[in-house]
Write a protein that binds this ligand. Structure first.
Ligand SMILES: NC(=O)N[C@@H](CC(=O)O)C(=O)O
Ligand SMILES: [Zn+2]
Ligand SMILES: [Zn+2]
Length: 346
């Protein structure tokens, strides 16, 4: 394939991002709004966004925190609980909420209020299927008997398959998939199932967490897996299949929380999201597949219009800052202080 020095794409959207709130929101929002036209905003605040009213208020806080002149649309989600009332689903749709997020209780950062048993949510899922709201899934079981590296594969058998059988027309996004099993499951599923892929799971295997010592900035959930899984994921992303699309899962945690005896899960990638994806696609000789993955498959699956504006990435070396302000704290991006070879130019 011919080497390319400039890449022009329809402006992408980020179908899975954590923007947090307050000073943290103000610190990270400009980076996401710079690269992406829209983003699916995760609801795992403390306390979580569980009502349509809270989602609307959170949307207003995001819009208020946008830099002057930015044109960015936050797409709001709500946090599904054992007790989400059925009536809340119609309110959610009316408030412009596009999806609910399933966190198995205890699976990840701020998931304590998550679902303890999917059957408890069946009436709500029925209403979502009827109203056309999507279900976004953090697909890991929390059973302490199950090895951390197997939790996604076990989730497919225990939760995904029954869920798909019982709600065949509910649109489900299997978020941030990390395994061969999940990539195969999604590739073989019908048109109501899709998946997002993060840059870290396309670029790294689990060795990255242990290179020369323990590297907390490579720790996210679901945790990085073996190389065979990474290969299955990058194959899926570059396959051209419309079932796979971009979701950074950029998940900022203050560096004091990452470099701690108990390290919070999450990689901060919003500062260089497209650059990291371009690097992963280029390594496969598949830069021609980047636009579908970044800009077309997501809106098509969500039933939203494609963007029309374009953005450019240039092949040029630049150094990602090692650390950026994060309210009173500091935030260390994945690959901070290192040289990247693509640069988003706007
Ligand atoms: N991905 C992560 O490791 N962390 C996310 C939560 C999530 O998406 O599971 C976070 O909110 O920090
Ligand atoms: Zn998650
Ligand atoms: Zn996430």
């Amino acid at each position: 394939m011919q080497a390319m020095n400039e890449l022009s794409l329809i402006r992408p959207d980020d179908w899975h991002v954590h923007l947090r709130d307050g000073a943290a929101l103000a610190a990270v929002l400009p980076a996401t709004a710079r690269q992406f036209a829209r983003a699916i905003v995760m609801p795992n605040l403390r306390p979580p966004v569980t009502t349509a009213e809270q989602a609307s208020a959170y949307r207003q806080r995001i819009l208020a925190a946008l830099p002057a002149g930015a044109s960015f649309t936050p797409l709001m989600t709500m946090y599904l609980t054992d007790n989400t009332p059925v009536e809340e689903i119609q309110k959610a749709r009316e408030a412009g909420v596009v999806a609910l997020k399933l966190y198995p209780a205890g699976a990840t950062t701020n998931s304590d209020a998550g679902v303890t048993d999917i059957r408890k949510t069946y009436k709500t899922l029925e209403a979502m299927q009827r109203e056309g709201l999507l279900l976004l899934v953090h697909g890991e079981v929390t059973d302490p008997e199950v090895d951390v590296f197997d939790r996604e594969a076990v989730f497919i058998d225990r939760v995904m398959q029954p869920l798909r059988r019982d709600f065949p027309e509910l649109k489900v996004v299997f978020e941030h998939i990390t395994t061969l099993e999940a990539a195969q499951y999604v590739a073989q599923s019908d048109r109501f199932t899709a998946a997002t892929l993060t840059p870290q799971h396309l670029l790294y295997n689990r060795n990255a967490i242990f290179t020369g010592g323990l590297r907390p900035h490579y720790y996210c959930l679901p945790v990085l897996k073996r190389e065979q899984h990474r290969q299955a994921l990058i194959q899926a992303a570059t396959s051209g299949s419309p079932k796979f699309f971009l979701g950074t899962d950029s998940a900022p945690h203050a560096s004091v929380m990452k470099e701690n005896s108990v390290c919070g899960a999450g990689c901060y990638t919003a500062l260089s999201a497209l650059e990291l994806y371009a690097e992963a696609f280029e390594a496969m000789g598949a830069l021609d597949k980047l636009e579908g993955f970044s800009s077309l498959h997501g809106p098509d699956f969500y039933g939203l219009p494609r963007n029309t504006e374009r953005v450019t990435l240039r092949k040029t070396a630049w150094t990602l800052p090692e650390s950026v302000p994060f309210g009173e704290a500091q935030l260390k991006p994945l690959r901070g202080g290192e040289t990247l070879h693509w640069q988003f130019v706007g």
